[in-house]
Design a binder for this molecule. Sequence first.
Ligand SMILES: *Cc1c(COP(=O)(O)O)cnc(C)c1O
Length: 384
Amino acid sequence: MYNSLRVPVADPKRSYLAHKEAIDRAITKVLSEGHYILGKEVAAFEASFAAFVGVSAAVGLGSGTDALALALRAHGIARGDGVVTVSHTSVATVAAAELVGAVPVLADIEPAFYTLDPASLERALAGHISGGHGTKPPIKAVIVVHLYGQPAAMWEIASICARRDIVIIEDCAQAHDAALADRGVGSWGTAAFSFYPTKNLGALGDGGAVTTNDPAIAEKVKMLREYGWRQRYVSEILGVSSRLDELQAGILRAKLPRLRDENRRRQAIALAYDEGLGDAIGRPARRAGASHVFHQYVVRVPEREAFQEALRRRGIGTNVHYPVPVHLQPAYRDRVWLVGGALPVTERTANEVLSLPMFPELTDDEVALTIKTILDVCRSRQAA
Ligand SMILES: *Cc1c(COP(=O)(O)O)cnc(C)c1O
């Protein structure tokens, strides 16, 4: 699927090949030690990942979606509680709230940064929501998504939440090592990470983690991931089965030491796109003081589908994250609450965003070809 193009939009196999020796060694080690679930690799990865994020604990889980759901549950979010998040995100963010029986309340985004608009959050907390069924849900938590690798407006959001005792869950699935000034994402609240293969830190299968500075939350998530056990075979609370496995943990341990360099490479590619594309296309804005880790490099184009098709014909892969906002999807349309009854910035954004090829193994030649092809397509559009 990826490789029929001259420049693919993503290529997880290249990530494997870039780390082949270390990954093969890690896999052989796990296979020969013969312990495949919750052993030494998971414990060692949890310790290094917590240190990397700059928090006291990480708990390895089956996926990023589970990480969000178990983070909510660990904070006591349950059936009927309102959870504010955005509609311009992976559907996983909203699915996680639904998994715990919570009621999604979808807020609008900042037009330049595509992340939760603090003003929209304030309106949600003031009760200006409509569209769902029954009585308005009491809002207990916010899932803040650091979309595309750009940190959300955490200082404003954190102060709004502190005033009203709202739990903050950070969705860091696209933002491993992103930061605002010196403060890394994942340190404002309890955070959820995904290790889906194309994420900035990707496994070769599914995986996720919760990170936290609260030992009680870490302990609770550890119990929840395995049937509510603290002690084997004793379910103290209701739990699920969601474990990072030893193979994936070994692979992630092998890759973690180079994550920071790989993010720098993403940032260098982003800079090359910025400089090469100039004003031909709507380029991504960076929040002041933010370290954006460019999970995606997202541009804005009118008549996006035609533009995407023109690039595809010339061998350049692109993707749309995300073409249909969650509140317009069939499964969610008639059940979610919307701040102010409509999300105009979200809907406008979803019609125009286009993600360019972005992964650390992209070559300079591929980046140059992508830029040249986009400029060509822009020129032929102007001529038309
Ligand atoms: C990938 C992703 C998730 C879900 O992660 P999975 O590991 O696929 O379950 C959640 N939120 C966002 C923003 C994501 O990009």
